[in-house]
Ligand binder design. Structure first.
Ligand code: ZN
Length: 502
């Protein structure tokens, strides 16, 4: 009875958070600009309601009674109680006024960011970002840690710290910088055809057909347009994805669609018994989500996008299908040319359009800037200058304007400070997941034949179904037999550059 009471309370919080997700989906796809202020208040009200429910005396009593009932073991009920207790303790440390202001601010900041980016006007965004960073510093102080960035990263990737990140970044930089150089020095592949006129309905039809082959279930999903692609779920039975298609740039929308479909498959395949439990409810971020962490979510999406979607064998299987959609546009393009074009390595300004080799450099830059903003080494006002300097230093390019520089990402406007590292952690783990899956029976044979079911089932069994009942570290160890390791990722990228420059 006590455990059931605890579960019922978590289920109601999950309902509130799923409703918040629906409001977030709406505001990023359908909402007219005029709806912004009222929506900000609605989001703040529901967020505070969820926080009150989680930190109430009644919840504390329910937790204690549930713990008495289930004990301290390692079975799922005991894990559920321990996880909820841990997250509620963290949540309770963050002052209520900070959470309320952050929720309201992030709704408003989003539209201010959209306008500032369109107008290339950093000064219009700076005040709201200044306020957001002040709130983030209070959150970091309340949660604690060796470095203030520990609290920021730990919200998205439990167990990750500033110090561990520094070590991972150092390994990656040492391996990637010479690889980028090598790819940049090689003759550049043809890519003129990517910018031809590709009608969007045909792009969507092709992309969705492949996403469904991978295993994204359109009965429990849908695809919409947005400015900044994302996936969001309102329980496992309604998991929506978005993408941003451009007529004159074929790979942009298509690869983003497969990436988001990867996130979608994760949420759709969390075990049904975890629905509306703590294993599908993140009480630190007050976010309804079933993934073990942001990094693990990213890992398997990156796997579908890059390890599967950018492989030579993938295009051997799907290029004819693509050319059937675009017979004129691709008439003079071979399968090999197409594979080379979707893997073209070129230092550029925009993170979301970056190739696999340079992508992590964009993340490392953001992560270093965030850590310096949080510990006060730099001010918001310095951002454009710091950003442009780092771009020159790491990728050797001059940023032409803030729209294509410091204003390009949505994350800070949402208060997602500390989430960028999860992209690089995801990249690293994507190779670990893929290599381990390919060693198990049937997966490689399936990929060879265009049958994605064995890889899908492998992910379902080892990653997705467990939801948040395992930590990211436990999930990775279950799926791969070991903890975080940059070697498989570096090996994959090295092999790719060798293949591309051979
Ligand atoms: Zn992602």
């Amino acid at each position: 009875m006590s455990y059931a009471d605890f579960q019922a309370r978590i289920a109601r919080i999950n309902d509130v958070l799923c409703t918040l997700n629906l409001l977030a989906w709406d505001s990023r796809t359908m909402m007219p600009p005029g709806g912004v202020d009222a929506r900000a208040e609605q989001v703040a009200t529901l967020t505070m309601l969820a926080r009150e429910m989680a930190t109430s005396d009644a919840m504390a009593a329910a937790l204690n009674a549930a713990q008495d009932e289930v004990g301290d073991g390692d079975d799922l009920p005991a894990r559920a109680v321990a996880l909820a207790r841990r997250e509620i303790r963290t949540l309770a440390r963050i002052p209520a006024d900070v959470i309320a202001e952050k929720a309201a601010l992030s709704s408003r900041a989003h539209s201010i960011w959209v306008a500032a980016r369109a107008a290339n006007d950093f000064s219009a965004y700076a005040p709201v970002l200044e306020r957001m960073m002040a709130l983030q510093r209070r959150i970091a102080g309340a949660i604690g840690g060796d470095h203030p960035y520990d609290a920021m990263v730990g919200q998205f990737e439990p167990g990750m710290t500033h110090a561990r990140l520094q070590a991972i970044y150092a390994e990656l930089k040492a391996a990637l910088v010479p690889l980028i150089q090598r790819a940049a020095d090689a003759p550049q592949p043809r890519h003129d055809f990517m910018a031809r006129d590709f009608p969007i309905p045909a792009q969507k039809a092709f992309g969705l057909k492949v996403a469904e082959k991978m295993g994204y279930d359109m009965n429990r999903g849908r695809l919409d347009d947005t400015a900044h692609p994302f996936e969001i779920s309102f329980t496992r039975d309604d998991v929506r994805i978005t993408s941003r298609f451009r007529e004159s740039w074929l790979p942009g929308g298509t690869f983003a669609l497969w990436h988001e479909a990867g996130h979608g498959m994760y949420e759709q395949n969390v075990a049904p018994e975890h629905a509306r439990t703590i294993f599908a409810t993140d009480l630190v971020n007050l976010y309804a989500v079933g993934g073990a962490s942001f990094g693990m979510h990213e890992a398997q999406s990156r796997m579908w996008e890059n390890r599967v979607g950018r492989s030579r064998r993938f295009w051997a299987l799907h290029f004819d299908d693509l050319r059937a959609q675009f017979p004129d546009q691709l008439a003079d393009v071979s399968q090999d040319e197409f594979w080379r074009a979707v893997n073209r390595v070129r230092p550029d300004y925009i993170r979301v359009e970056a190739d696999e080799l340079t992508y992590d450099m964009h993340i490392i830059l953001r992560s270093e800037i965030e850590a310096d903003l949080i510990d006060g080494t730099i001010d918001v006002a310095d951002l454009p200058q710091v950003w442009n300097g780092k771009m020159r230093e790491t990728l050797g390019i001059d940023v032409p304007d803030d729209t294509r520089g410091v204003l390009q990402d949505v994350h800070w406007s949402h208060g997602y400070v500390g989430s960028f590292p999860t992209y690089t952690l995801g990249n690293v783990m994507s190779s670990q997941l893929f290599a381990a899956a390919c060693r198990r029976s049937g997966v490689s044979e399936g990929l060879e034949a265009g049958d994605y079911r064995p890889l899908f089932e492998d992910m379902r069994a080892n990653v997705w179904s467990h939801g948040r009942s395992s930590t990211p570290e436990e999930t990775l160890t279950r799926a791969t037999g070991r903890g975080l390791d940059t070697a498989p990722y570096i090996a994959d990228l090295t092999a790719k550059v060798e293949d591309l420059t051979a």
